[in-house]
Design a protein around this ligand. Structure first.
Ligand SMILES: N[C@@H](CCC(=O)N[C@@H](CS)C(=O)NCC(=O)O)C(=O)O
Length: 228
């Protein structure tokens, strides 16, 4: 499925092309897609539904020298794989999008929490997979997942104490992008939060780009028994 996002008059920039998994389940795709979407460029999008016999081969056709994983970004003859590489690429391509905080100290902390998210919280990711179409509040989880959730709350609290805005570093940034699929999980699994963190969750969920993603997920025809 191929779609085009963007604004009339920017067609000349439409050489960005992101390949994502289906929106209902693909948490890494959400991160890569948000980085492209909030940067404001016009882009094309291909959705490769996950968990079908042909999924891996279809991704491989798009992946160039990358692994058989989404998201992938094609731009200017390059293929960029991995959501964090895509975030960094968009931050370089569109500095005005402010994907990283302007202040060097805040930027260093933002990159630290994004790196922590990117390489950690395995129990949370494995036990509480992203699924935008269900309500699993009340479902239990292991001590390891509980420890991940507690650490994420600590990270958010620390960031919000210094933020001065609705998001982790004031304005919307790559840090909010990295944690967006955690925000959806906290909603899906009914994780109870102190009021300030709950306000942060609401701020992320009501971001226009998140609304677009949820709307797209609701319109998708694919439901995979493995993820339900
Ligand atoms: N670290 C990678 C992880 C990418 C990843 O694991 N993507 C999953 C979907 S969320 C995938 O492509 N799985 C392949 C498949 O299900 O066939 C990133 O940040 O982009």
């Amino acid at each position: 499925m191929l779609r085009r996002f963007g604004f009339p008059g920017l067609e000349l920039m439409a050489d960005f092309h992101i390949v994502i998994g289906n929106r209902r389940y693909s948490s890494w795709s959400l991160r890569g897609w948000l980085a492209v979407r909030v940067s404001g460029v016009t882009f094309d999008e291909t959705v490769v539904p996950l968990d079908r016999p042909e999924t891996s081969d279809e991704i491989a056709e798009q992946a160039g020298r990358g692994p058989r994983l989404v998201p992938l970004l094609h731009h200017d003859g390059r293929t960029i794989w991995d959501s964090l590489a895509i975030l960094e690429y968009m931050a370089e391509q569109v500095p005005a999008a402010g994907l990283w905080p302007g202040d060097a100290g805040s930027r260093a902390v933002a990159r630290s929490v994004v790196a922590e998210m990117h390489s950690g919280f395995r129990a949370l990711r494995m036990e509480l997979p992203m699924n935008l179409g269900v309500d699993r509040s009340g479902q239990g989880y292991s001590d390891e997942a509980a420890a991940d959730i507690a650490r994420i709350q600590e990270v958010w609290s620390n960031c919000l104490s210094d933020s001065g805005g609705d998001y982790l570093f004031g304005d919307w940034s790559g840090a909010d992008i990295a944690f967006a699929p955690v925000v959806t999980r906290f909603k899906t699994y009914g994780v109870s939060l102190e009021p300030r963190l709950q306000r942060y969750v609401e701020a992320v969920l009501t971001h226009p780009a998140m609304g677009e993603w949820y709307g797209g997920a609701a319109a998708e025809p694919w439901v995979s028994p493995r993820y339900e």
